[in-house]
Ligand binder design. Structure first.
Ligand code: ADP
Ligand code: MG
Length: 353
């Protein structure tokens, strides 16, 4: 049973596949009982990290502890973890009840104690009316809940989920996301959640690690990652579409973009120099004055409009809060909201604060 902890640390975790470095030295601290997301594009090392945490993969270097205890070389069964995979991995010949009870039978829990535990787990994910069906008689969403119930029935110390919603349709994904959050609150178990979907990570996680090419490029709350990206890699990845990144110059408390001087509200004491200015599409307005831009294509998204334009030949995306007529090829003027401009150092690629 859960001892109410589950604090995970990874130090210098490396994993090589032949000459390919899948993980290049991961450091991570996951607090007890938090909902922590591993977010990144496909192939960035999220699943490998989760498998290392589960004990399904042995790292080539580095250490892992849980609640201060070194488990780097512990078997999966010794770690008290439960994992839910994208494809659910249910046993097709067993009923829902037998599937959920399976880990308990493997643990040698006395037969008489199993049914109430199975019923409680099934109730938590609202499939207690389906206990006698087989997986083949369930919808995708119900199968997913069955996999969740099987994972939580033992009250693990760590709950690991690898893209658990990706086989569900869009509507069900949204509903299940809310349920997962609710489930996490009621269980209070450390949850590590792999996803490539940033909206999912942003809405569900207390904190997240952003992965790129086998490295963690930022750790923080969704608010940190979205509003204070640490570096250009995160700035270019987060947001849909992500931030515009434009070369500019910082001088006397202002940033100069395409010849236009934009006075910033803070950051006055910094030395003059080249910068990369980042601004989200929703923090740019079309106005009478401002930086001239040529419209390439404007897309009507129903409630908003996405204008694809170019400033001095560089692509810029602008999200307008209302749909209006803007012709392709037209020249417009863009105003950047000064308090929403992020500055990055073009050499170190790091955020300038
Ligand atoms: N067993 C393996 N053998 C060889 N390469 C692998 C193996 N597992 C993963 N990789 C490679 O390691 C990288 C990271 O994989 P993975 O952790 O699954 O990425 P993610 O989950 O972020 O999509 C990928 O380039 C993948 O092809
Ligand atoms: Mg993966």
């Amino acid at each position: 049973m859960s001892d109410g902890k589950g604090r995970v640390t990874l130090r210098g975790i490396r994993k090589d596949y032949g000459s390919f470095q899948a993980l290049k030295g991961i450091d991570l601290d996951i607090e007890a009982q938090e909902f922590f997301a591993l977010l990144g594009p496909s192939g960035s090392g999220k699943s490998t990290t989760l498998r290392v945490i589960a004990g399904l993969e042995t790292p080539d270097a580095g250490t892992m502890t849980v609640d201060g205890q070194d488990v780097t070389h512990a078997e999966p069964g010794e770690r008290n973890v439960a994992m839910v995979f994208q494809n659910y991995a249910l046993y097709p010949h067993m009923t829902v009840e037998q599937n959920i009870g399976f880990p308990l039978r493997m643990d040698g829990v006395p037969r008489s104690q199993i049914p109430p535990l199975v019923l409680e787990a099934a109730r938590r994910v609202r499939i207690d009316h389906l206990l006698h069906r087989r997986p083949g008689q369930l919808s995708g969403g119900q199968q997913q809940r069955c996999a969740l119930a099987r994972a939580i029935v033992r009250r693990p110390r760590l709950f690991l989920l690898d893209e658990p919603l990706s086989n569900l349709d869009a509507q069900l994904r949204l509903e299940t996301r809310v349920e997962l959050k609710r489930l996490h609150r009621s269980l209070d178990v450390t949850t590590v959640y792999v996803t490539h979907d940033q909206e999912e990570a942003m809405t569900i996680a207390d904190r997240m690690a952003v992965f790129l090419d086998g490295e963690i490029v930022q750790v923080g709350t969704p608010d940190d990652v979205f509003n204070r990206p640490d570096n250009l890699a995160v700035a270019a990845f987060i947001g849909s579409p992500p931030m515009n990144l434009l070369p500019g110059r910082f001088e006397d408390g202002a940033v100069i973009l395409a010849g236009e001087r934009i006075a910033l509200t803070h950051r006055s004491e910094r030395a003059a120099g080249d910068v990369v200015a980042g601004i989200r599409p929703s923090h740019i307005r079309v106005a009478e004055t401002g930086v001239p831009a040529r419209v390439v294509l404007s897309e009507n998204l129903g409630e908003t409009m996405l204008v694809n334009a170019e400033i001095e030949g560089r692509p810029v995306k602008v999200r307008l809060p209302e749909v209006r007529r803007i012709g392709d090829g037209e020249t417009v003027r863009l105003v950047f909201e000064p308090n929403h401009i992020h500055l990055f150092d073009p050499q170190s690629k790091r955020r300038i604060d």
